[in-house]
Design a protein around this ligand. Structure first.
Ligand SMILES: Nc1ncnc2c1ncn2[C@@H]1O[C@H](COP(=O)(O)OP(=O)(O)OP(=O)(O)O)[C@@H](O)[C@H]1O
Ligand SMILES: [Mg+2]
Length: 508
């Protein structure tokens, strides 16, 4: 039988960059196919070509065995394809249903029939177990829910081939499991799924087949059952990657950050932080874990100056800074890698060097008498590109043309190189490949050893356990306990994440 989707000999260049080189692969009906490879390997480009967002320089696309030209997404949607992008494209001020039917509104007597749209969206959501309320506004939703809206949007357009570009990068482990359940339902219904991910455990868990890309070319397509993680890593990176836990240090540094009796409300005015007390010392990594929505986001916002606490104190290097805006927090000694690189992390239209300079354009040694010293800035940007493995031709490349993982590396490079006493890192390795992740972990340890106080928040519990000197668990806006990352167990952490109040002492 013909493949549901086939790409044959597809090549695509961006100037001197060969993003795809003679790529061929096929996906059968009802198959879940994973597409993996390092940052910049060409995964997103390949799927953009399949979806008609870009034209290949050469090669062919076949749907059910028939050669087709994907002139635009309109063509591919007409052929039953749907794509959920690496960075979502929803309109925050509109409702779920309005977003889903954007551009294909259901009308009655010449007017948009909101009720019918809402009912149709609800029916689809129920059919595939997506648990979405069609009448909520997008800006009220969690990232996980936003993504399910993107999926609904694709379903509403009649897709039977669903392409997901790093769907789990922004999800918590629980949300990822929910998503896999949904993906399996698609496959059971005979639909075809192609998904991109950097999480190899997910590849092994949910896919039927895997295609590995390296430097734009196919390394191979294999049945998942014939693969293990080591083999996959070697195919992707061409070397082995070290996942060992890092050395811990005896910590005797002074207190850099102290939160005292901190309370804050969320966007809806409900209590989000309740009596949070914690200290981060120089030379120490304090990790925060918890089920998403238990106050981690608000904690990061309060410490970075994006949200004012309703009560309590924040001391940074001994100075009371609660209620300061982000600029003043930075002046007081904060560097910050935000969870969402596109919203708060980068200026996408500007080049790499400009993004590296961001926030320092008036400071020594980068400016003199109000004039930016571009020679210096560019030399420095190139040095960081090398150190943080940012893959681009040079520092003049606009950040928006970088692959997702390489954009993340730009933010990390800028913030880590500021040598601030406090480093707040929210989801440091979101979207970065396994080799680059190792590099970022090395840099986190390097900053710690240089005396930075580091507050590390990640939905990847393994990442926190591998790096942190102390781990605090959050539940319902409070710290429900502290665990020793070296000796703790999954049960102990799980218990605290679910609201159990066992302390380290009690558990010992
Ligand atoms: N519009 C563009 N203009 C110029 N170069 C581009 C453009 N889009 C992608 N590239 C380049 O093509 C290469 C492949 O990028 P692509 O986004 O496909 O990688 P990826 O495998 O999806 O990586 P990631 O895992 O980081 O998302 C990269 O070198 C990238 O910088
Ligand atoms: Mg990508």
């Amino acid at each position: 039988m013909a493949f549901a989707v086939e790409m044959a000999g597809v090549s695509k260049n961006f100037g001197p960059v060969a993003a795809n080189r003679d790529v061929s692969f096929g996906v059968e009906h009802g198959e879940i196919h994973a597409l993996v490879g390092e940052n910049g390997a060409g995964k997103t480009t390949l799927m953009n070509i399949l979806f008609g967002l870009m034209q290949p320089d050469s090669g062919e696309i076949r749907i059910d065995g028939k050669p087709v030209t994907m002139e635009s997404p309109r063509t591919s949607i007409g052929m039953g394809l749907g794509m959920v992008h690496q960075h979502f494209k929803l309109v925050p001020s509109l409702t779920v249903a309005e977003n889903i039917f954007l551009g294909m509104e259901m009308t009655r007597g010449g007017l948009v029939d909101r009720k019918a749209q809402s009912e149709k969206a609800r029916a689809l959501s129920e059919e595939f177990g997506l648990q979405i309320d069609p009448d909520r506004k997008i800006h009220e939703l969690s990232v996980g829910a936003e993504q399910r809206v993107e999926i609904l949007k694709v379903l509403a357009r009649g897709a039977n081939v669903v392409i997901l570009d790093e769907p789990t990068a922004v999800l918590t482990p629980q949300e990822s499991r929910d998503l896999f359940r949904i993906i399996r339902r698609f496959a059971d219904a005979g639909m075809t799924v192609i998904f991109i991910t950097h999480h190899l455990d997910e590849v092994l868990e949910v896919s039927d087949k895997v295609t590995v890309l390296r430097d734009g070319a196919v390394v191979g397509t294999r049945a998942t059952k014939d693969l293990d993680e080591d083999t996959l890593v070697k195919m992707m990176v061409g070397r082995e990657v070290n996942f060992d836990r890092r050395d811990r240090k005896q910590i005797d540094g002074h207190t850099v950050l102290e939160l005292k009796e901190l309370f804050a409300r969320d966007d809806r005015g409900l209590p989000a932080l309740r009596d949070v007390n914690l200290k981060v010392r120089s030379g120490e990594i304090v990790g925060i874990v918890g089920v998403d929505g238990n106050g981690q986001t608000e904690l990061a916002e309060v410490v970075s100056g994006l949200r004012a606490p309703s009560h309590g104190e924040i001391l940074l290097e001994g100075k009371a800074v609660e209620g300061s805006d982000p600029r003043h927090m930075r002046e007081a000694g904060l560097a910050h890698v935000p969870a969402d690189r596109l919203v708060r992390g980068v200026n996408p239209g500007a080049d790499i060097a400009t993004n590296i300079l961001m926030g320092r354009q008036h400071a020594d040694p980068w400016a003199k008498n109000g004039v930016i010293r571009w020679g210096r800035v560019r030399d420095y940007a190139r040095e960081l590109m090398q150190r943080f493995d940012i893959r681009a031709k040079d520092d003049y490349v606009p950040v928006k043309t970088l692959s997702g993982g390489n954009m993340q590396k730009v933010v990390v490079a800028r913030e880590f190189s500021q040598h601030m006493p406090l480093l707040l890192i929210d989801q440091p390795t979101r979207g970065v490949d396994i080799g680059a992740m190792e590099g970022i972990h090395d840099e986190i340890i390097r900053r710690r050893d240089a005396g930075a106080a580091i507050l590390l928040i990640s939905v990847q519990i393994d990442e926190v356990l591998a790096l942190a000197d102390r781990v605090l668990v959050m539940f319902n806006g409070s710290i429900s306990g502290e665990v020793d990352p070296v000796t703790t167990t999954e049960e102990e952490i799980g218990h605290l994440m679910a609201g159990g109040s066992r302390s380290k002492e009690a558990a010992a």
